[in-house]
Structure formats: structure tokens, C-alpha cells
Design a protein around this ligand. Sequence first.
Ligand code: CP3
Length: 341
Amino acid sequence: MSRADRFLNACRGEPVDATPIWLMRQAGRYMPEYRALRAKYGILEMIKTPELAAEVTLQPVRAFDIDAAIIFADILPALEEAGLDLEFIPGKGPVIHNPVRSPSDVERLGWATGRGGLEKTMDAIRLVQSELDGLVPLIGFAGAPFTLACYAIEGGSSRDFLSAKQFMYEQPAAWDKLLTRISDILIDYLQGQVEAGVNVIQLFDSWAGALSPADYRTMALPYTQRVLQAVQGVPRIHFGTGLSGFMPLLKETGADILGVDWRMDLADARAQLGPDQPVQGNLDPAVLFAPADEIRRQAKAVLDANAGRNGFIFNLGHGVFKETPVEHVRTLVDFVHEYRK
Ligand code: CP3
């Protein structure tokens, strides 16, 4: 079996010769070759220059024996399609200068499709695919409607998402319009990525765990369902954090593969989701700061929790931290491939 088949076989629940592994945020500041480029260009500039985005996408594929590439982009530029003014401020993170604060702000949102400013990502996908030439599959991605709505309303990162939740409770009609508008952009964007040649897509609902399961069901899930329903033709992964209490509900997203974070035992997730549900996860990304033996011990625990079942993709429970030692990533990737069970 080639390096190219493992990940896609696992997505379909079929047998593999070794457990496939890729890492969320596998391209980024922990890699010296990324930092060298980043010293010269801004993050949005890198995303919107296909040659640079393609180069950064390929860096971790060259450095490690990982089983998939993920296109270098971000979840937030999709909001620019709705007329939101996005900037990444060094040391502060993403900021939206004109956040959504009222129903009239929702009415003013633009109606461009997700193929306008995002077209550079489609170009990057085509470039990466021609350079990969089948070596490993390429993952496309987008944020989920709920997480993007949180950013649109909060105007940046937040701990409790109180502005977003207040808007959701006070203005349910405007909330529906906002999430519908964002979902329309995401459908176009993801369909565009599939047409440009990605082999798998992943939806990041990074903040869904801020909701109660009941609010998730009515205020977030329907939009995620609509997006996933509209984007067909490749395996679709759903990822969120803090969703341990949402396991059966997540099956209703319609995703083919469900991401699990490290706050839950993988065997427990498997038991709740049923034996035929492909899953992805779930090593705590902080374990990559531990000595090599501890990394192997913890990775073995995750693999043992899966107990050799098909339909398993090894990943972290969230993205790689920027301070992660590069050698530790190699230790993890190689161990996961060598450990058969
Ligand atoms: O996984 C990959 O290698 C592909 C690239 C990727 C990026 N962002 C590049 C990026 C992916 C999949 C994302 C997803 C993303 N972006 C999420 C969902 C995943 C998660 O972590 O929950 C979220 C919430 C964002 C929003 C975002 N982008 C934030 C909050 C920040 C700033 C915080 C930080 O880490 O600096 C970004 C910037 C960003 N996106 C960086 C990278 C590599 C760091 C930018 C830099 O080089 O300064």
C-alpha cells in the first residue's frame, strides 16, 4: 500500500497497512522553513499568493512521513466575502474591524460568492496537486458556520463568546440570516476546493464546544448539516473541540469522519459513535512537549484505545502549538507508523 492510499482508505473505513497520521496546523511557525518565509510576508499575503501557499503546504510533507497535506489557508478569509474587514495583528491574532453587532449589520453583509477573493486558494490547490503528483492526498478546509459567526460578531478571538451568544439569544432571526449567509459562502468555497482537486475536506468548528448540546442542536447543527449536505464527492471530516458531550449529536452533522479532541478517551468516543464510524484524533498537542519516551507512551495509549479498528486517522486533538520541537513531531509520526495494532 502506498503512502497515498492509507489516509483515504481509513476515511472510508477500509483496511490500512499502517495507521495514517497528519496533524492539524502541521504547517506553521514551529517549522524553521515556515518562519523563514513568514519573516518576509504577512500571513494573508502568504495565503493569497498561490506559490507561497503551495510551498508552505508542502513543507511538512517534505519534513515528515505524514500521510496527507492540508492546503495552507485559514478559516477567516471566508468572512471577507461577506464584506468583513480582516487583519492579523502580530501578537494579537485576528481582528475584524467592522464586526456584526446588530441585525442591520447583517442586512449590510455583502453577497459575493466564496469564489471571489478565495479563488487564490483554488489556484494554490491546483499548484499543490501538480507538485504532489499523487504522493499524498490533499485536504481542503473551511470553518464551520457557528465558529465563523462567533468571529464575525466578537471581532476576534474570545474566551466565552458572550457577545456572540447574546446576539444568538436576542436576535434569533438575524442569527439565522447571518449563519445562512456564511453557509452560502462556505458551500461555494468548499465546492470550489473540491473542483480544484482536494481529496478530502475538513470543517473546523473550533468553538462549538462553547454551546450546550441543546443550543448546538438548534443554533449551529442545522447550518453545518446544510454545508456538508451540499459538498459531496470527497470524504468529509468534522472537527470541533470540547464536544465530549455531543457524541451522538455529531453523527447528525452528516460528516463521514468525526474528529475527537483529547478531553475524551478515544475508546469511549468509539463506543458512543458505534463501530462503523470513522474517527480522527486525539493526542493532546501538549504531549509533543514531553520527552520522546512519553510521546511514544501516550501515542501508544491512543492507538491501543482504537484497538486496531479500521476507520482511524491519527491526529492531535487540536492544532500543533508554535513552540513545538520539530524533532518531537518526527518521533510521533514515525512511532504511529511503526506501531501496528
Ligand atoms: O493546518 C494547516 O497546516 C493549514 C493551515 C491552517 C491555518 N489556520 C494557518 C494559520 C488551518 C487549518 C487554520 C485553521 C484555523 N484558523 C482555525 C481552526 C483550527 C483551530 O486552531 O481551532 C482557527 C480558529 C483559525 C483562526 C486563526 N488563524 C487564529 C486564531 C490565528 C492566530 C493565532 C495564531 O496561532 O497565531 C490564525 C493565524 C494562522 N493561521 C497561523 C497559521 C499558520 C499563524 C500565523 C502566523 O504565521 O503568524
